[in-house]
Ligand binder design. Sequence first.
Ligand code: GTP
Ligand code: ZN
Length: 353
Amino acid sequence: MIDINLETLRALGLTPTIASRAAQLDLDTDARLARVTEVQRDCLTLHDGGAEQQARVLPRLVQHLQATAQQLTIGDWVAMQADAHGQPWVVDRVAPITEIARRANDGRRQPLASNVDTALLVMGLDDDFNARRMERYIAMVRACDVAPVVVLTKLDIAPDAKARIAEMCGRLPATVPVLPVNGLSRQASIDIAPWLPAGQTLVLLGSSGAGKSTLINTLTDAGQATGGVRKGDGRGRHTTTARSMHWCPQGSCIIDTPGLRTFRPDADARTLAATFEDVQALAQQCRFRDCRHEGEPGCAVRARVDADRLDNYKKLMRDAQRNEMTTLERIELRGKWKAIHKAGNQRARDKRA
Ligand SMILES: Nc1nc2c(ncn2[C@@H]2O[C@H](COP(=O)(O)OP(=O)(O)OP(=O)(O)O)[C@@H](O)[C@H]2O)c(=O)[nH]1
Ligand SMILES: [Zn+2]
C-alpha cells in the first residue's frame, strides 16, 4: 500500500493521474509518495509534502531502471520507504506523464525533467536571441507532449527588442505564446500568471545568462510570506549548476535548469514534423502530395512559412532522418552478429557431435 497525502502533495504538483498511477504500484510493504526535487550523484532529494529529505535508491530499483532504460529525474514521483534505521529509500518510480529529454551531441538521451505541464523557453532579446535555437527548443518540448511558452527577457534593456519580438512572432505558429518581459519586474509575474495555477509544474529552459534564475526569483516572490518553500537567492549573478525545484505562491512548481549548450530534440522524423504544425498543416495544401517545398509550383508552405524557419525545419528533419538511419543500421548490424554467433554455436555443436 502507498500512503498518499493528497492535501499536502497537491501543492507539490500532484495530479489525479499520478495519484492513481501511484496507487497501482506493486509494493510489498507500506510506502509513501514523494516528489524528486533534486538529483545528486548518489542520492535524491525528496519532498513528501512535509519536508525535504535525502534518500538513496534501492539497488533492485537501480537495476530495474537500467534494464528498462529509465532514469530518475527531477519532477519524478516515487514510492519511499524508511528502513529499520530510519534511512529513507526510493523503492519504486511512478511512470511519468511527460518527460522532457534532449539528445546530447554524442547521441545519448538525457531526461531533463519529468511530469512537466509547461516549458518556459527563456531567451534574451539581447545577444542571446536566436530564432532557430528557439525552434529547436519548441520541437524538443513538443516532441515530449509539453506545451511551450516563449519568454523573451531583457525587454527593458535590449536595443533591438521590438524588431526581435516581431521576428519571433512572425515565424512561430500562433499557437505558441510569446511573452516579452522584463524578468526583474512584477509585470513578468502577471504576464506568466495564466500558466501558474495550483498543481501545475513548469520547467525553465534556456542558455546560461538568459534570465532563468531571475524569473524564478520574480515568480516565487512572496513565497516566504505565504509559507511556501523558497530557494531563490538574492546574491545577484551566479551560474546555475544543478536542476532545482521552486514553489510559486499560486501553488505551482517551477524547475530551474542550468543553461543548455548543445541539444537536439529527441524525436523521430514523424514526431519532429508534427512539432512544426504550421508546415505540416500547409503541406496538405501544396499542389503535389510529395512536395518538398523547394520551388515546386503551387507550394503552400513556401508561400506562407518564413524562409529561414523552413530551412531550419528541413535541417532538423535531415538530422532526424539521419539518426533513424543509424538506428536501423544498428539493428541490422545486431542481426548480422546474431547470425554469426548462431553459426559459430552450430559449428561448435557439429564438432562435438
Ligand atoms: N535588465 C534586465 N536584466 C535581466 C533580465 N533578465 C535577466 N537579467 C540579468 O541577466 C543576468 C543573467 O540572468 P540569470 O537569471 O542569472 O540567468 P540564468 O538564465 O539563470 O543563467 P544560468 O544560471 O547561468 O543558467 C543577471 O545579471 C540578471 O540580473 C531582464 O529581463 N532585464
Ligand atoms: Zn510544398
